[in-house]
Design a binder for this molecule. Structure first.
Ligand code: SDX
Length: 420
């Protein structure tokens, strides 16, 4: 047996033989020799990158960053340690981590300029719209990012600054959305600085140091879980935009725009709206029936890759318990648990391999910390910025061509303009 595919076009009898690599992938552009294209709009069976960043085994429910299991990282490391691991490929030494953490946590940020950008939006604007445009605004501010497209050292160097600016942009957007004043980012962790930067947006009457400590650790874990997830829709957008040699900040705007969708990162906000609409455990069976009648989806369930439990959802359920210990239980958790219990035993969901994903419980944790549901996707985008920038850097560090799919034209043939 040879490591090849033999593809025969039975319409013409023409045959090609294409090598299959050790990962079970073949170069689909070889199909052009047969005069055909593969059609795969969702990219279900189409890889568009060789990547060493994140590994997912959807059947086994495995997620690893640079080979390290996500549950070990979530339980034993900090978000900045994970950010360093993703960006540099290895766990940092104490000295490397110290330098990286200091670069992020003490970066010089033009807060007033970011605040003016946020305040230029109408009151109540969705914070994701502010964040998406904010990345593009940062691209205008950092003209040097254009040179970084082909400068590996510059791409690494920009990461701490981009992370620090994203932290403040996200926090200011969240605070503005609820009409509260933002705070000053302070503290020795990324999540802790973020919580302080959100100021009164999460605790209008202030927050005890004990609560802040518990919520900071919970948010660190949530940020670790959201940092990367191989070629999801947002990261695919980051790479596609970057393939045109757009600068990293402009590419971030596109990646965040994809994440905003309710089928993607917008699902955490949609889950909370769904739970609130169900309202009570007693209404769950009727809601499940409505989903089975295709009158809407069970948001926070299902995944393109995970056909088993999303390992992140398992960790987040523990985070919810830790947050509830200081915030008090949210009755919506009982609705979520009932939904999960019924769905995991209902043929409709079991046959379609639909399990809770990262978005099913994260919103409950964010709400218990004090965030408005409109903030939830920003809480996804802020940590995912590290993953997006790491994928951008990985792509720029290797050979690539501009991403430009073929199409199947199904429109009108040539026709002359009617006489005028
Ligand atoms: C994220 O890709 C990533 O890695 C993303 C992410 C990341 O970290 O970046 O993990 C983050 O986006 C998580 C997913 C958040 N989205 C949601 O929770 C929205 C609800 N989920 C669905 O919209 C859906 O499950 C997707 C979008 C997540 C996946 O869609 P697929 O892979 O295209 O699956 P599909 O739509 O083809 O569904 C297969 C079947 C269909 O039924 P049939 O037509 O075969 O009868 O399952 C059904 C679907 O109708 N189905 C659902 C469902 N999800 C799929 N039915 C009810 N409720 C759902 N949630």
């Amino acid at each position: 047996m040879s490591d090849t595919l033999t593809i025969t076009d039975n319409r013409t009898g023409q045959t090609i033989e294409v090598p299959v690599d050790g990962h079970g992938a073949f170069n689909a552009s070889e199909l052009k020799k047969l005069g055909v294209v593969s059609f795969d709009q969702p990219l279900l069976a189409t890889a568009t990158a060789h990547s060493a960043i994140t590994y997912i085994d959807g059947e086994a429910g495995i997620l690893r960053y640079r080979g390290y299991p996500i549950d070990q990282l979530a339980e034993q490391t900090s978000f900045l340690e994970v950010a360093y691991l993703l960006a540099y490929g290895e766990l940092g030494t104490a000295a490397q981590l110290q330098a990286f953490q200091s670069a992020v946590l003490t970066a010089e940020v033009d807060t007033d300029r970011i605040r003016r950008h946020v305040e230029s939006f109408p009151a109540g604007s969705h914070p994701m719209a502010v964040l998406i445009s904010g990345y593009a605004a940062l691209g205008a501010l950092h003209q040097e990012a254009k040179a970084a497209v082909h400068d590996a050292a510059a791409r690494k160097e920009m990461l701490p600054q981009a992370m620090a600016e994203t932290l403040q942009l996200g926090a200011l957007a969240i605070a503005a959305h609820v009409g509260q004043s933002a705070g000053t980012p302070a503290g020795d962790s990324y999540a802790g600085q973020f919580l302080r930067a959100c100021g009164n947006a999460i605790a209008p009457k202030g927050m005890s140091e004990e609560k802040l400590a518990v919520f900071s650790r919970a948010l660190e874990v949530l940020f670790i879980l959201h940092a990367d997830h191989e070629l999801n829709a947002g990261t695919n957008a980051m790479r596609a935009i970057g393939s045109a040699e757009s600068d990293a900040y402009s590419s971030l705007a596109g990646a965040a725009a994809a994440l905003y969708g309710p089928l993607h990162g917008g699902a955490n906000e949609a889950v909370l709206k769904m739970l609130a609409k169900i309202g009570d455990v007693g209404n769950v069976p009727a809601f499940i029936e409505s989903v089975k009648n295709r009158d809407g989806k069970l948001m926070g369930f299902g995944h393109r890759v995970y056909k088993n439990f999303d390992p992140r959802a398992t960790v987040i359920k523990k985070v919810v318990d830790e947050v509830f210990a200081v915030s008090g239980k949210d009755p919506l958790l009982a609705v979520a648990l009932e939904l999960e219990k019924i769905a995991l035993h209902d043929e409709y969901f079991v046959s379609r391999k639909l399990y809770p994903n990262v978005d099913f419980y994260s919103g409950i944790a964010y709400k218990a910390i004090g965030f408005d549901p409109a903030a939830f996707t920003v809480l996804f985008a802020v940590p995912r910025t590290v993953g997006w920038l790491t994928h951008y850097d990985e792509m720029m560090s290797a050979e690539f061509k501009i991403t430009r799919p073929a199409q199947v034209y199904v429109g009108a043939g040539e026709r002359p303009l009617p006489a005028r």
